[in-house]
Design a binder for this molecule. Structure first.
Ligand code: BTN
Length: 263
């Protein structure tokens, strides 16, 4: 459990291959819960679905060690981190920019991806040791964003969205405070409260979205397989996304990725 007045120990680095990899090493060596690894740039930043996370100077790259009561629910951690990330982004930017969580755990700014989360457990007998990695495009110019285009939602940054530079350390500390706070909410009130906050921060609820599964591919003549279109109803008590189809039937999906939406 992380106490309310908690000040994290931050292991700071100019360059790392990946803060998640470093955090895993520290966890294996017995580092305490709440330890943070922060790097100004990464040479081998990792994203979900085995994608690379382009990590030039100017972005925020950090990993936090969390040792939850029930590590079988790794999804809870990534959902609660998504809420903390959206809260920190909202608080750091002018009110007129649209900020939303995107299932499972991205953060969108003006409907483009600005941040992502990679939660990993150390596995085997250490599966209770979890690493929560967060990447946020802060002072990343348009030219660098081209390298993010392997993500289905095109990318943006604080700098591109506002035309100004931002204080990365201030945003880091705000994000950590939101994250530890959400983690306390999770321990005290359980996942239902996190679920409620996630839905409040999700601008896609009630809108038509496309969910792609891992078997998604293009077919000749412009058809595709592995995609489902439906109205986003929210998430369930396991953190899975709930969509309704054209007949109004509810379906729950535990894996996949929202790739498109219609406002
Ligand atoms: C995604 O959206 O695919 C998740 C991206 C997560 C990137 C962060 S940057 C800090 C941490 N270290 C990594 O190697 N990955 C995560």
């Amino acid at each position: 459990m992380i106490p309310a007045d908690f000040t994290p120990k931050i292991s700071s680095h100019d360059t790392l291959d990946s803060t998640n990899t470093k955090a895993r090493e520290l966890a294996a060596q017995g580092a305490s819960e709440g330890t943070v690894v922060w790097a100004r740039q990464q040479t081998q930043g990792r994203g979900r679905l085995k994608r690379a996370w382009h990590s030039p100077e100017g972005g925020l790259y950090l990993s936090v060690l969390l040792y939850p009561k029930d590590p079988r629910r790794l999804t809870d951690l990534s959902i609660l981190t998504g809420v903390a990330l959206a809260q920190a982004v909202k608080e750091s930017l002018p009110k007129q920019v649209a900020v939303s969580v995107k299932w499972p755990n991205d953060c969108l700014l003006n409907w483009k991806k600005v941040g992502g989360i990679l939660c990993e457990s150390l596995g085997e007998e250490f599966f209770h040791l979890c690493v929560v990695g967060i990447g946020l495009n802060v002072n990343i110019p348009e030219t660098e964003l081209a390298s993010f285009r392997n993500n289905p939602f095109s990318a943006t940054s604080f700098q591109v969205a506002t035309g100004a530079g931002h204080d990365v350390v201030k945003i880091r500390d705000r994000l950590l405070s939101k994250l530890f706070n959400m983690y306390r909410v999770y321990h005290q009130d359980g996942f239902p409260h996190v679920q409620y906050l996630w839905e409040r921060n999700c601008e896609m609820i009630g809108k038509k979205v496309e969910l792609r599964d891992s078997g998604w591919r293009d077919l000749p003549a412009g058809d595709t397989v592995g995609a489902t279109v439906g109205t986003c109803l929210g998430i369930d008590e396991a953190g899975a996304i709930v969509l309704s189809n054209a007949k109004g039937e509810r379906h729950t999906y535990h894996t996949g990725e929202i790739t498109c939406f219609w406002p």
